[in-house]
Structure formats: C-alpha cells, structure tokens
Write a protein of this length. Structure first.
Length: 293
C-alpha cells in the first residue's frame, strides 16, 4: 500500500474515509466503511452495486499514511487526525516528512526534492511534461531492478501531482502547462507553525535553517542534501533555490514577510535571479504575523 500504488485513493476520497470514520466515533467496520465509500444505487428500477476498486484503494492509501489502522475487522482512526480539510493537508505533509526510506511513501517527497534541485538548473515548466516520469525514474530509480520494476512511472505521476497540490507544493495553472510546482502556500503555513518571533528582523540564514527542518525537501533540508549527493546535483546553501526564492518574494509582496537587504552589512543570502523583482538578496526576514491567503 502507498499513495502511488493505490492510485484511486485520491486526497478527497481519503479525507472522506477519515470523516466517515470520525463520524462513527473513530471506529468503523471494514464492510460499513466500504459501503459508505462505494454505495449501492438504483438503475432502471433495479439495485446495482458500483464496480471498481476505488473504495479499497482509498482505504489502502489512508492506511499507508497511518490515518486508519485495521484492528479485528474494524478501521480505527488515528486520534491525531482532524476532519478540517486544511488541518488534514498539514497532517499529510507532516506524515510524509516523517517517513523514512523503508516507507513506500518516501518517494513522494524524494521526487519533490529532486524536482527542486533540477529546477535550479532548468526551470519548472518541464515538470508538466509528459516525460517527467521518465526523468524521475532515471534519477531515483533502482538501476539493479529488473524490467517493469520502475519506482516512478506515468501511472504514478497523476496521483503524485494530486498529493503535491493537496499539501501546498504545487498549483494547477489555467494554461496548457497545468501542473506547476509552487511552495508559497506551504511556506506560509510552515513559517507560522515554526513559531518564529513576529515583528522582529531575523537573520535570513536563521529563518532558512528553521524552515529546512520543517520542509526537508527544500533549502537546508536533510532530504534535499541527500538527493543532491545521490544524484550529483549542486546544492549551495548560500544561494536560495528557485522554488524557495519565488515563494519568499510572493510572501514579501503579499505583506506576510518583509525581506530586507542593506549594502553595508554582511550575512546575506542570495535569491535565485529574477530581473523583474527588486529583491535579489536578503539580510533579514521579518514576519508580520499576517497569515491569511
């Protein structure tokens, strides 16, 4: 079970399974949960049962995240799970960040860490290309595996994109590109959850280190460093990645943070170049306390 093998277990369906189980007091029989997720219906006056495997895959995806556990024929909800959709998204993010190499879901953020590193050299537009899965497999696949044993393929690409959008690491653009990596929302959330001082200029490097602990697939994160070493990609901590630079500028423009640079000081971090934005390097970052979207 994993989010990339139980492909019909979409984020919305998994959330439905969580809410159903919560409504039943945190515990529900397997048959009852399946019936809720795959209800019978009437067609031409006759009762019918929906075909397909979506209900099983939904429960499989939820179980792979540890949201549901099967105990003596009943699914039990992890007591820490919220039925608020935003909190659910935060919880999924945290569970993926806490996963290890032995967890099949580890590939979710491994792929994103590799994407962030590759984007520094070639931009982000290619992340929506039809051959994206081939590039991921070339970088992160097991070269000793036999034919047909791909870690990442085109079938897994669609669910991966859905889960990245859920946890605030991508958006869907109304253009031919569609899927677009963007960490602005997740960075906004994690800056608040990091409980950094508000209204006080903080050294940019200190803020980046704090965020690296909460978003390990990006700048100063352990997962990003690991993928960079494994794939032979540049990972300069003195320069902010393209994805993070865009998010910092977005939040600066929205008034959520203030990026400050001074010509007479040391301790800067350089943002990835953007000729259309006035901020190119940062000395301090001040959180305004405003976290509304």
């Amino acid at each position: 079970m994993s989010l990339l093998t139980d492909t019909q277990g979409t984020p919305e369906r998994v959330w439905s399974a969580v809410c159903i189980t919560a409504a039943e007091g945190g515990k529900i029989s397997r048959d009852d949960l399946w019936a809720w997720l795959n209800p019978d219906f009437i067609q031409s006056g006759q009762p019918r049962q929906a075909s397909g495997d979506a209900h099983r895959q939904t429960v499989g995806a939820a179980s792979s995240l540890g949201l549901l556990t099967l105990e003596a024929g009943q699914y039990v909800l992890d007591g820490q799970v919220s039925t608020d959709y935003s909190a659910y998204a935060d919880d999924v993010h945290d569970r993926l960040c806490a996963s290890g190499r032995e967890d099949p879901n580890f590939l979710m953020l491994e792929t994103y860490a590799w994407l962030g590193l590759a984007a520094d050299a070639r931009g982000t537009e290619w992340a929506a290309a039809s051959d994206f899965a081939d590039h991921v497999e070339e970088a992160l696949g097991d070269p000793t595996a036999g034919d047909g044993a791909r870690r990442f393929n085109s079938t897994k690409q669609a669910p991966w994109r859905r889960w990245m959008r859920l946890i605030g690491l991508a958006v869907e653009l109304p253009t031919r590109l569609g899927f677009h990596p963007n960490v602005t929302h997740r960075l906004r959330v994690e800056l608040e959850r990091a409980e950094l001082p508000v209204g006080t200029p903080l050294p940019a490097a200190e803020v980046m280190t704090a965020i690296g602990r909460r978003m390990p697939y990006l700048d100063r994160g352990t997962l990003r460093a690991d993928i960079a070493a494994r794939c032979g990609l540049a990972n300069d901590p003195a320069r902010v990645s393209r994805l993070m630079s865009t998010a910092l500028r977005d939040l600066h423009d929205d008034g959520v943070i203030e990026l400050v640079s001074r010509g007479d000081a040391t301790g800067y971090v350089d943002l990835s170049p953007d000729p259309f934005h006035p901020v190119q390097s940062v000395l301090t970052i001040t959180l305004s306390g405003r976290q509304d979207d």
